[in-house]
Every structure is written in structure tokens, then in C-alpha cells.
Design a binder for this molecule. Structure first.
Ligand code: GAL
Length: 958
């Protein structure tokens, strides 16, 4: 094969206009996006990766968040939940390719778009330009991460096949020099795989000229990100082929991000709606349309969204990043996964797809439908894609289509009274003139899921699975080149409508109306063909798993993870069941016995043809403890004038690098004092005078942030993000000595820099204005009495104490600074309470409980915690800590999230767990009412889970 080598690549990964080529073999890249930093339990990374692989996907795409690894300038951590080498090894073991996206900017709905907290306050120049200060900053990051990427590249037997430069850097004030610097750095650090980039706007950006990458691709989210009207469909985008022809015709067509779901904002409708907006029908119609246009590299964003735990979210999203994705936040396979499995399995085996051109096709007989065609010029294989003209149509349409290829023209289906059905939101992808195994498929009106060749007792047998909606008509035509007599058909299950042998053309046509399953064998002088014609729903229960001895077809289980032969002919399957399940296996070779998750399977029966059948057990019932007894303590001592803040930082800076200057001085931006995430306290002292009437504050914490204010221990109120005046009561002021104003503010995360305006992400967090107002009748109401400020965020700021949990776990609540969120904290003297419970004073109070779990080994129970309140208007917010990890940010009156994932590994499935919840009552009279553990689902199976190192109170505080 002659391949055009990439512009700069020197490794084994090259490409031409059709596809990516690895070790001289063309690839179809079907990638599911996954963020290890959104699943803080490394053992479970394998669970997600195996689920991608078993769907038939070939790759995963991963963002590396700079911020997650760098708490402080020049400090980088790649250990524990940040151990990316472990991730790379797993990806390799599971057998996926990896497209790495290290930024430096990643967007991704994360705090500051992945820029580290320390950069927010220290950056003097413009981010995402060739500004030297910014350059020095990202050089640190790439110097830290590149050696890991370099080692795990494809030429060195690693999974990495491409590295993305920047992210959607195609709007705003673009700097080609910046792109060139990044690319030069990657090359200098030994990156030899193609460099890629993604654009959302200008399609021709970085395709040629200075800063051009090897492979540029277009991101597309045709359904947008507003999930409120999930049944509304947007137009199907069709510009990709033209864009490619115009801007980068010598590169493969690539979608670095195609819509796999949607994020949901605070107060949004919830992920159920995002799932509906981008459901299985959407996938089928929109994804097949990308194939019709010629995409051979597709990454779906997200395939597993996970959890934006701790303070990792930017203010636009809440903790759950479920994304309505194919694999939900609780790691469960959804129907979207099954739809993708049907397609990805086909792409895996249908190799001619890797080099196809668009062909002219005749219009379908039904003019409301739209037919597109592609052909591989080397072997004549074709693929037809049929859908509604108007992608938003929900009518049921029938049609015939004309397929024209090397064996002639066929108006299909040919059987009287039958037709192809496009049923509401639907699309069909039909392979024609396709040679697989020893068979030649002239055409099919059913879709093909997969095929393989197995070694049966009496020789090789080609096997294929086709699928159709139940009751739909199927017509398949096979050509038998050397036939001297009519092939025979033996039906094992279900029935055919008709079959027809055309002796003059050596063609056998079979017709059927789809029942749940029809199984038949076609025997001819050439190799026998075993066909499984399944309804769409039955096909979704089939798996085609790569083993060390060819592909193994398995049906029944919820999930099949892997298949492996040992020399004694034993076939060892791993997987998950959700109930007692019939297992059917079409092994790739003669098999002496079966095991499932290491257990020898008894009572294995032979079913004709080729199939081994037995029953697999389901999981035992899992009963979760109720959370009845809690320890409680109010914990807002900072509001009291007598509170000792002698070790707090004096906030007296008069200069900030932040492009948004404060209204009053000193600078009261938390980042300027080394505090970057979560809640932050300010305490100001002033000596009172008759004339002081109140204080004007402008608090900035991002959308849905609040700040609460106390004067000398008296609660003045809680304000939403923005400016508010708080009036003092005379009797609450002291005339001798200091008055103390105490303010608790929540930083909801730093904004992103999506539009590349160079500074949005640097919007300040803290107080932009703090001025006393006087009661005098002078020109200005601003009092000239100074306030002496102190500030306290998370314990020790950038020198934070807990490197296992990292820079996003804690803000500056008293309980956080004193370990109240940790296992092992001595809470014996706290008040014992039961829920529902209310506390009277505004401010922060803590609830703690412990619970034991005893989930048997080999059972994967995915567990979460539900919080509900009898009063949905009660104005409080809460931080949920499991075993010291902040896994949930709950705002009762905003929502929509009430259920929070507790990943196994942080959750101890066989032992004691500690749950701490910090409740910030914003008015007084709030508290927790209902907190309960629930399962997403329970399976027998799963992956072995190692506990994540989670230092306790003793280790961190004593
Ligand atoms: C893209 C961006 C991703 C993510 C996505 C929305 O534009 O590249 O990082 O933000 O939008 O989820």
C-alpha cells in the first residue's frame, strides 16, 4: 500500500486523504471520549475502557487537565488518581488506541478551562498567545506531561496515535506563532505521531500556512447544549465533505468531537433530558450521516462523562458530568451504548470503509427519503445510507432503492409487496457488493452488525449477524461464484418468507420478515455461511469479542469484557450479568470447555449450529444501610469578633495582574493570595464612628455564587453574586476598638476562555469592592475609615497538605481547615441527631455519619447518595465528602442534581465509610432533611477494585 506520509511524522502512524494508517494498515478510528480526572478511582478506568472496547470502538480520546496536576507553579503530580502512566498501560492492555489532548487549554467545562489556579493570578501577559510569560508557563506543563506521552506512543508499542494541539483555537485573536511554538515543543519532546487540532468555527484554520497541524478536524454538536426540549431535532449538518475538500483534502476526515451528549448547567433540566436530546435515534441518524460524508476518524464527546468532583467544574456545570452519554455516570451501559455497539462493530469488520469515495446514486422511489452512497474503488464494495430528506421528520416511509455496482444494477428489495422502512427517526446503512470470508454479499436491506469466520468441528464457517426492526422486511442476495448446484438452506430458528436461486447468475436471494431471531445455515460448494438475523433489540444483546484466537460471538450477558483461549482449548470469558442469563457462544474454534469470570461452567449444551449454551447466575441482592444517625456541629467561628485570625494572610495588596481591576483597594481577589478554589473567608477590621452606616460589597464568585456577611457576629444577610449594600444597626457596632466584618464567599470555579478573549477565565474571585458608607450629608457617601483585611481560603493555599486528593478537594471552611471532613476525625463530643434536622443560625454546620458496606467480592454495585429536601426553596448549599473526598456540590434551591455518584475505590465496598456534609445555611433555619444511599445498578462481574489512598485525619492533621 502506498501511503502519503504526514507532514512531519516519522513514526508508524501516517495517513492519506482516506484514513489514518498504522503500521501500514488503514484504520477506522471510532473513539469514545473519557476523562480519567472525572473518575477518581484508577481501577475503574479499566471498567470504562473495557466497555469502550467491547462496544467495538477502536480508540479513546482523553483530555489532560493541567490544573489537575499542578497545584503550584513548577510543582507537578502524576501519582495516585493522577497516574497517567497507569492509564496508558491500561489502554494498551485493553487494546485501544489513544488520542491525547494535553491542551494547554482544554475548555471541557472545567475550572478555568484547565488552566491551573496559580496561573489565574500570576499571568501578566495574554493567555493563548505567544506572550513570553504565558509561554514560560505552558512550557512547564508540557515539559512535565510530554515525557509521559512520548513513552507511550504507538511506535514504542504504546497506545498514543495522535496528540492534539490546543483546543478549538479558531476564534478570537489567533496567534500562528503560538501554534508553532506548541508544535515545536511537542516535536522537541519527542512526539512523532501526527499532531492534530479541532476547530469549531473557521474550518480552514491550521490546515495550511504557519501553525498548520498534520490533521485538522471539525467539532460538531448539532443538537446544541440546551436539553430543555429534548424531542426537538436540529437540522443534520452536511457540510463536512465540502469543508474537507476545500480546506484539507489530503488529510483524513476527522471529527475530533462529535456530539455524544450534552453538559447541563446549574438549574438545568437534568441529564435525563440531555440523554433524550441525543438518544439512540439521534446517534443512528446523525452518526451514519457522518459516515455518508466520508469521516473515518470519529471521536464522540463524551462516551463516559463521569463526575466533575471537588471544585473541578467551571461555574456553568454542576458536579455530575453524566453528559447523557452512552455510559452513564454510574458506569452503566445505556441504550445509546447499544446503538453505538451495533455501528462500531460493523465499522470494525467492514474494512473497505477505510478507503471509500462518494458516488452518485439514484433517488429512492420515495422522494421524501434521501440516499447517499460510497464505494471502495479497489474492490467495488459499496455502502448506502438511507434516511429522511428532512432530518427532523418523524413520518414512517417505505421505499425501494437502486444499487449499482460491479455485479449490476438492482432495484431493492425485489420481492413483491416488500420495501425498506424508515421508521420515524431512523437511518439505515446497507453494505453491498461486499466480500467477507468466503462469501459475497450482493446487497442487503438489513443492516449488518458484524461477521467473522469460525472453525467448527467440520471446518471453517463464515458467520454474520444482520439486524432489522421487528416485523420489517429483509432481503439478502448472495453470489456463489463457483456454484454448480443450488445451495441448501437449513433454518434452525424462526422462518424465512422465501428464498430464490437464480441459476443463471449463481445468486441466492432470501426474504424474511423479522421476528426476534431467525438462524439459518447456507451450504454450498464454498464455505458454509451461518446467518443470525436478529431484531434490533436482540442484536443489542450480541457481542463480538476479540480473542487470542479470532473473534468470539456471545449473546445474553449485560456485558462481555474479554475472551481468551488456553492451550487446552478452554475459552475463558469475562463479563457482567444483571440477572440470571442464558449464555450463547459461537466460539472461534473448537472449544473444550468454558469459564466465566474464572468459574468453570457446568451444563454446557450444544445448540445447532456451532453454539454452546448454558446459564449464568445473576448478582445477589444488595441491601444498603440507611443513614439514620448523624453527628452534628455548627462550625462558623470566623464570624465572631473574638475569633483568632492571627495566622491568616494580611490582604493588603494594591496591585493585581488580573486584567479586571478592583473598584476599591486593597485587592481582595482570593487568587492573588494563593487560594484558588472553593469557599473563602474575609475578615475586615475597622474602628467605628457614629457616621458608619453600612458597607457596599461586590462579591464575585461566578454564576450561582453567594456571600454571607456578619458584623461583630451579627448576621447581616446573604447576597447573590454581585453588588449589595448591608446596613449596620447602631447597637451592633462597637464604638471602642475594632469592629469585625466577616464575609464567607463561594467561588463556583473560574470561567473558561471558550471564545479566546484572553481574559474571561481570569475574572476575579473574591471582593471587587468593599467600602464603608457614612451617614454624613457630604458629597460622597464613602466613608474614609479604612478596613484592615485578612483572608483565608483552603489550608495553606498552594502548599496544601493533601497531595492525594489534590488541589480541587478543599476550600476554606473552618471544618475543611480542621479536618472535619476526614475519616478518623474525633467527633465524639458532637451532638447526636437524626434527620430531618434544622439549625437556627445562618452559616456553615457539619453533619457526619459512618456506614458499613458488605458487598460480596465479584459484585459490582455502583452506589450514589441522594439528597432531597422537603422544602425545595430552603436556601442552603452543601458539600458532600465521602472518606474525605469532595464528591458533590449541592444547592438545594437551584438544583437539578440530587443524586451523587460515589465511585468504588473511594467508597469501600467491604468496610467502613465516612460521610461528612457541610451545609451552608444562607438565611438561618436550614438543615438536611433526607440523605440516603442508592444503587445505580448491581452486576455480578465488574473489575477488581483497589482502594484509592485516602489519608485520614491522623495522617493529615496530627
Ligand atoms: C467543545 C470543547 C469541549 C467541550 C465541549 C462541550 O467546544 O472543545 O472542550 O467544552 O465543547 O462539552
Amino acid at each position: 500500500m502506498s501511503s502519503v506520509y504526514g507532514k512531519y511524522t516519522t513514526g508508524n502512524v501516517t495517513y492519506d486523504k482516506y484514513s489514518l494508517i498504522i503500521d501500514d494498515e488503514r484504520q477506522f478510528i471510532y473513539s469514545g471520549a473519557f476523562h480519567y480526572w472525572r473518575l477518581p478511582s484508577p481501577s475503574l478506568w479499566r471498567d470504562i475502557l473495557e466497555k469502550l472496547k467491547s462496544a467495538g470502538m477502536s480508540a479513546t480520546t482523553v483530555y489532560f487537565a493541567w490544573s489537575y496536576h499542578s497545584p503550584k507553579s513548577h510543582l507537578y503530580n502524576f501519582e495516585g488518581v493522577r497516574d497517567i502512566d497507569r492509564l496508558f498501560n491500561m489502554i494498551r492492555e485493553v487494546g485501544l488506541y489513544l488520542i491525547s489532548r494535553p491542551g494547554p487549554y482544554i475548555n471541557a467545562e472545567t475550572n478555568a478551562g484547565g488552566f491551573p489556579g496559580w496561573l489565574v493570578s500570576s499571568l501578566k501577559g495574554l493567555a493563548r498567545t505567544d506572550d513570553p510569560y504565558y509561554t514560560a508557563a505552558w512550557e512547564q506543563w508540557l515539559s512535565a506531561v510530554d515525557p509521559h506521552l512520548e513513552k507511550f506512543q504507538s511506535p514504542y508499542d504504546g497506545p498514543i496515535i495522535a496528540v492534539q494541539v490546543e483546543n478549538e483555537y479558531d476564534v478570537g485573536n489567533l496567534s500562528a506563532k503560538y501554534m508553532e511554538l506548541l508544535e515545536a515543543k511537542f516535536r522537541k519532546d519527542g512526539i512523532v505521531v501526527p499532531l492534530t487540532t479541532n476547530v469549531y468555527g473557521d474550518r480552514s484554520t491550521w490546515t495550511s500556512g504557519p501553525g498548520a497541524v498534520d490533521i485538522q478536524g471539525i467539532d460538531s454538536y448539532p443538537q446544541g447544549f440546551d436539553c430543555r426540549n429534548p424531542s426537538e431535532w436540529h437540522a443534520i449538518p452536511t457540510y463536512f465533505a465540502t469543508a474537507h475538500a476545500e480546506s484539507n483534502p489530503s488529510e483524513p476526515m476527522y471529527n475530533p468531537e462529535y456530539q455524544g451528549g450534552s453538559f447541563d448547567p446549574w438549574a438545568g433540566p437534568g441529564y435525563y433530558y440531555c440523554y433524550e436530546l441525543t438518544n439512540g435515534d439521534f446517534e443512528r441518524v446523525f452518526y451514519q450521516n457522518q459516515i455518508a460524508q466520508g469521516e473515518t476518524m470519529l471521536n464522540f464527546y463524551m462516551t463516559f462523562g463521569g463526575t466533575t468532583w471537588g471544585w473541578l467544574p467551571f461555574p456553568g456545570v454542576y458536579t455530575s458530568y453524566d453528559y447523557g452519554a452512552a455510559i452513564n455516570e454510574g458506569r452503566q451501559l445505556t441504550d445509546k451504548y447499544s446503538e453505538q455497539k451495533l455501528m462500531a462493530n460493523f465499522f470494525r469488520v467492514f474494512h473497505p470503509l477505510r478507503k471509500m469515495d462518494s458516488i452518485q446514486v439514484a433517488s429512492p422511489t420515495n422522494p421524501t427519503l434521501y440516499l447517499q452512497g460510497r464505494e471502495n474503488k479497489d474492490d467495488g464494495t459499496q455502502l448506502y445510507i438511507l434516511r429522511h430528506q428532512d432530518g427532523t421528520s418523524i413520518t414512517k416511509e417505505t421505499t425501494k432503492i437502486l444499487v449499482q455496482g460491479i455485479l449490476g444494477d438492482y432495484q431493492i428489495p425485489r420481492e413483491e409487496g416488500t420495501y425498506i422502512l424508515i421508521d420515524r427517526r431512523d437511518s439505515k446503512m446497507l453494505p453491498c457488493f461486499y466480500n467477507f470470508g468466503n462469501q459475497y454479499l450482493v446487497y442487503s436491506t438489513a443492516e449488518m452488525m458484524t461477521h467473522t469466520t469460525v472453525q467448527g468441528e467440520s471446518g471453517k464457517v463464515d458467520t454474520a449477524i444482520f439486524y432489522l426492526g421487528e416485523m420489517q422486511y429483509g432481503e439478502l442476495l448472495f453470489y456463489f461464484q463457483n456454484a454448480v448446484f443450488e445451495p441448501s438452506i437449513e433454518v434452525f430458528e424462526g422462518q424465512l418468507q422465501n428464498s430464490h436461486w437464480d441459476a443463471s447468475r449463481n445468486q441466492l436471494r432470501i426474504n424474511y420478515q423479522q421476528s426476534q431471531v431467525i438462524r439459518l445455515m447456507i451450504s454450498s460448494q464454498q464455505r458454509p455461511l451461518y446467518l443470525i438475523l436478529a431484531s434490533r433489540e436482540v442484536a443489542k444483546r450480541w457481542w463480538n469479542i476479540e480473542s487470542n484466537e479470532g473473534d468470539v460471538l456471545v449473546s445474553g450477558p449485560y456485558l462481555v469484557r474479554s475472551a481468551k483461549y488456553t492451550e487446552d482449548g478452554g475459552l475463558h470469558l469475562r463479563g457482567d450479568t444483571e440477572i440470571e442469563t442464558q449464555l450463547k457462544v459461537v466460539p472461534s474454534k473448537v472449544t473444550t470447555y468454558l469459564t466465566w469470570n474464572g468459574e468453570y461452567l457446568e451444563n454446557v449444551k450444544h445448540e445447532s449450529p456451532l453454539t454452546l449454551v448454558t446459564t449464568l447466575p445473576g448478582p445477589p441482592p444488595v441491601i444498603l444501610p440507611s443513614l439514620d444517625f448523624w453527628k452534628f456541629k455548627y462550625g462558623t467561628p470566623e464570624k465572631e469578633p473574638s475569633f483568632d485570625d492571627s495566622d491568616w494572610i494580611v490582604a493588603d495588596k494594591n496591585h493585581t495582574n488580573c486584567p479586571f481591576k478592583p473598584i476599591t483597594l486593597p485587592v481582595l481577589y482570593m487568587d492573588d493570595y494563593g487560594f484558588h478554589v472553593g469557599d473563602v473567608w474575609f475578615r475586615g477590621r475597622f474602628s467605628s464612628e457614629e457616621t458608619v452606616k453600612g458597607i457596599v460589597l461586590t462579591g464575585e464568585g461566578g454564576d450561582f455564587s453567594v456571600y454571607s456577611v456578619w458584623l461583630n457576629g451579627h448576621f447581616l444577610g446573604t447576597a447573590e453574586n454581585g453588588t449589595e449594600t448591608f446596613y449596620f444597626k447602631k447597637e451592633e457596632l462597637v464604638s471602642q476598638g475594632d469592629n469585625v466584618i466577616a464575609i464567607l464567599l463561594e467561588n463556583m470555579g473560574h470561567d473558561e476562555d471558550y471564545t479566546n478573549t484572553h481574559n474571561k477565565w481570569q475574572h476575579p474571585r473574591g471582593l471587587v469592592q468593599a467600602r464603608l458608607i457614612s451617614g454624613c450629608s457630604c458629597n460622597s457617601d464613602t466613608s474614609d475609615i479604612p478596613i484592615y483585611w485578612k483572608i483565608q481560603g483552603n489550608l495553606r493555599g498552594e502548599e496544601y497538605i493533601d497531595s492525594a486528593r489534590g488541589p480541587f478537594n478543599n476550600g476554606g471552611l473552618y471544618g475543611e481547615r480542621h479536618g472535619w471532613y476526614l475519616p478518623g476525625f474525633p467527633d465524639e463530643d458532637w451532638e447526636q441527631i437524626i434527620l430531618p434536622h434544622r439549625f437556627s443560625d445562618a452559616g456553615v454546620a457539619w453533619y457526619r455519619t459512618t456506614f458499613e458496606l458488605d458487598i460480596p467480592e465479584g459484585v459490582d454495585a455502583s452506589i450514589g447518595v441522594r439528597i432531597e429536601d422537603t422544602d425545595p426553596n430552603s436556601r442552603y448549599r452543601a458539600l458532600i465528602f465521602l472518606n474525605g473526598w469532595m464528591l458533590g456540590h449541592y444547592i438545594n434551591y437551584v438544583g437539578p442534581q440530587h443524586f451523587f455518584a460515589l465511585p468504588t475505590g473511594i467508597l469501600n465496598p467491604r468496610g467502613s465509610n465516612q460521610l461528612s456534609i457541610a451545609v451552608w445555611g444562607q438565611e438561618g433555619g436550614e438543615g438536611l432533611s433526607h440523605v440516603a444511599l442508592e444503587t445505580y445498578a448491581v452486576h455480578l462481574g465488574g473489575v477488581p477494585v483497589e482502594m484509592v489512598y485516602s489519608p485520614d485525619y491522623k495522617e493529615l492533621f496530627q
